[in-house]
Design a protein around this ligand. Structure first.
Ligand code: MTE
Length: 365
């Protein structure tokens, strides 16, 4: 790994960490550079005794061993996993977000996942026509409001039946690492990372969305503060698809670069898997924009790598990036427009301020 790529850790046990900045050659994030977001310790699971229960509104409730699950046809899917807390740190200039991890843009990684289609498992269990949601429950032990329970959440039945939604057993060709969800995790391409439940133990079909804390009390977008209970977002909307987003990877904040042509590079992704139609960079507060070049074209469910060259004179400059997708969606200009109570889904124009030196000065941090 290049020495400029650093591990940023958000908790004392290292259950929440990412790497920054992602090098240009890491379009597929190496497994040891993938970000990790876990709400509790990694459970130790014996694959020989592990079982997956499929229950609720199904005509044939089933319990699968790992070997039985692997009898379904194998499927590969390249997908970028993005935590809903991505770029939450930019909200801290507006106000504190107590109890929330201050993720920067490091909470996103791209992997090639191998597993089986959730849709195949659902059809083996004969889903009832009454089922509208598919809930996933993990085997970890989260503690909230005086209770211990497995992390969980649900997706709607239409997405669950799409072939890209995987029960994954491998990342980038190797078995999942313990912290990545071994032996089996869900991967929901195009949706917030929280629905890609790790250490999967149960799939439950239901008429209602999951009542799990991480669906009913967190991962909800609410802009109005409840004055009786400042952190409460139960009145908000449960997050589903990832937002259109674009991030500058390099230069990094406060980097010193020589005056002249400056290479800016980063990633962008459309909302919920939609293709990108433009990526533009500005170095003058949006007065003019330079169209970025596609450096590595993304697949349906992955980020795209882009770069652009801007001509900069000595002084302090703020670089900005914005993208548009095929639905015509544009990114809001400022974090004041995207702010919400728990700090999710920040997709305001990403800004990085750098210091441009006289042409013969030595670059660096
Ligand atoms: N699944 C379980 N069981 N427990 C968790 O804490 N975190 C979720 C999701 N699945 C989580 C989980 C969140 S918020 C994200 S962003 C992704 O896993 C992160 O996956 P990763 O750690 O493999 O990057």
């Amino acid at each position: 790994m290049p020495s400029s790529c650093r591990r940023l850790v958000h908790d004392p046990d290292g259950h929440n960490a990412g790497f920054w900045p992602i090098p240009a050659e890491y379009f597929v994030t190496p497994s040891n550079v993938f970000f990790t977001r876990s709400h509790a310790a990694t459970p130790q699971i014996d694959p020989a005794t592990w079982r997956l229960e499929v229950c609720g509104l199904v005509d044939r409730p089933r319990t699968f061993s790992l070997a039985e699950l692997l009898n379904f046809p194998e499927r590969h899917e390249a997908a970028t996993l993005i935590c809903a807390g991505l770029r939450r740190d930019e909200f801290l200039s507006i106000g504190p977000l107590p109890g929330e991890l201050p993720w920067g843009a490091e909470a996103a990684s791209t992997g090639v996942w191998t597993g089986i289609s959730l849709a195949d498992v659902l059809s083996a269990a004969a889903v009832s026509p009454l089922a509208k949601f598919v809930e996933f429950v993990g085997l970890d032990a989260c503690e909230r409001e005086g209770r211990r329970f497995g992390f969980g959440g649900s997706i709607d039945i239409a997405k669950a039946q799409c072939p890209e939604v995987l029960l994954a057993t491998r990342l980038n060709g190797a078995p999942l690492a313990p912290e990545r969800g071994f032996p089996v995790r869900v991967v929901v391409p195009g949706w917030i990372g929280a629905r890609s439940v790790k250490w999967l133990g149960q799939i439950r079909l239901s008429e209602e969305p999951s009542s799990n804390y991480f669906q009913s009390r967190a991962y909800r977008l609410q802009r109005e503060v409840n004055q009786n209970d400042l952190r409460n977002v139960t009145a908000g909307v449960a997050l589903t698809e990832v937002s259109l987003n674009a991030v500058i990877l390099e230069p990094i904040a406060d980097q010193k670069v020589p005056a002249g042509p400056v290479l800016v590079r980063g990633w962008a992704i459309g909302s919920g898997g939609k293709p990108l139609t433009s990526i533009e960079v500005s170095a003058n507060e949006g007065r003019t924009w330079t169209a970025a070049r596609i450096a590595v074209e993304g697949r349906r469910w992955t980020w795209t790598f882009w770069d652009a060259t801007v001509e900069l004179a000595p002084g302090t400059h703020t670089l900005m990036v914005r993208a548009t997708d095929s639905a015509g969606t544009r990114q809001p200009a400022s974090a004041w427009e995207t702010w919400n109570v728990k700090g999710y889904s920040n997709n305001a124009w990403h800004r990085v301020t750098i210091c441009v030196l006289e042409p013969d000065a030595k670059p660096g941090l």
